[in-house]
Write a new protein. Structure first.
Length: 335
């Protein structure tokens, strides 16, 4: 592999590490990583991890010029499908992994994608936004955690992502518990809005973070020869953990749906009570409005106009008809 005219300063490299058997990762700069990649492969099972930031315009160009990556990797960078998956392409694992930002606040915009290419000698990862799981992996490597194969690094990342998803589900459950407890004392409309936003985020998380079953099934049953059985079992275990978390996520969505239906029923009941109160007021005011309208007409022949007891008579008539209207309205309510 020849070095291109693009300088290492334009590589967009965030971090690089060289791993040897039973040894902690050794930090590398871009030029050191290129020098190691240009060496002929040896049999000491060393591999390298390079993590890139895709925001600089020259990063992808540098990767194309300096790294022997399959074209499928670059196609996934612009692919519209962002669902989590691992695929085997010409003895390279192409992984698309969705992750969340450092301070995830249940906002869909805080979910971003990490792209990876994994083979026996190199793990190449790239992202456009800072992500939590890959940063946890970087911290673990700096702390001295050891990895005996490139696949074990990928497996560790999958486990970290599963842990992040478990924490998200736990935090979401606490939010739902709090909303459920404060439902009777809080603002109903605000609680409905919170639940609606939370449910949309969980649906997006489930759609993006849940690994594609078909792709994982093909990979686990037709994995490259350079991946040992232990790493395959670890990847299978991580996918099973994902399946359990996704089940909890689905159950939480159903719980939120039931709470939304309960809130909708309460809103409907409150609206019905308001309409009934308005109806009662209208019915009780109907007799006096009708009689006042009739007696207020400036025409001749208005009854009781000359009677000294006319006012009392009209009051008795209004009270009688109002009582009858009220009895009829409350009787309808009881029925």
């Amino acid at each position: 592999m020849k070095l291109s005219s693009i300088t290492p300063d334009n590589s967009g490299l965030i971090c690089g590490f060289l791993f040897s058997p039973d040894a902690a990762g050794k930090a590398l700069e871009a030029h050191e990583a290129m020098a190691w990649l240009n060496q002929p492969p040896n049999n000491n099972q060393e591999f390298i991890w390079l993590h890139f930031n895709l925001v600089p315009a020259n990063t992808e160009k540098w990767m194309r010029a300096n790294l022997s990556l399959p074209e499928e990797f670059f196609e996934t960078l612009s692919d519209g499908s962002r669902s989590t998956r691992i695929e085997d392409t010409a003895d390279n694992l192409i992984a698309v992994i969705n992750d969340v930002a450092f301070k995830f606040s249940f906002d869909p915009s805080e979910i971003a994608t990490l792209w990876m290419s994994v083979n026996q000698r190199a793990v190449i990862s790239a992202r456009s936004h800072p992500l939590r799981s890959i940063d946890q992996l970087r911290v673990a490597v700096k702390a001295g955690e050891r990895f005996n194969s490139s696949t074990s690094l990928l497996t560790h990342l999958m486990h970290d992502q599963g842990d992040v998803l478990v924490k998200i589900v736990r935090d979401a459950t606490l939010q739902v518990d709090k909303i459920e407890d404060e439902l009777l004392v809080g603002s109903l409309q605000e609680k409905r809005a919170e639940l609606g936003k939370l449910r949309r985020v969980l649906v997006r998380l489930q759609r993006l973070l849940a690994p594609e079953p078909a792709a994982l099934f093909r990979f686990l049953h037709q994995s490259p020869a350079w991946i040992n059985e232990y790493d395959i079992d670890e990847l299978r275990q991580s996918t099973e953990e994902f399946a359990l978390v996704i089940t909890d996520l689905t159950a939480l969505q159903e719980r939120i749906k039931l709470l939304q239906e309960e809130m909708a029923a309460q809103v409907s009941e409150q609206t019905n009570r308001s309409l009934f109160t308005l109806t009662i007021v209208t019915v009780l005011a109907l007799p006096i409005n009708i009689i006042a309208g009739l007696l207020g007409m400036n025409v001749g022949g208005i009854p009781l106009a000359q009677s000294s007891e006319g006012f009392l008579t009209i009051v008795c008539i209004v009270v009688t008809f109002t009582a009858i209207a009220g009895w009829w309205a409350f009787r309808k309510k009881q029925e």
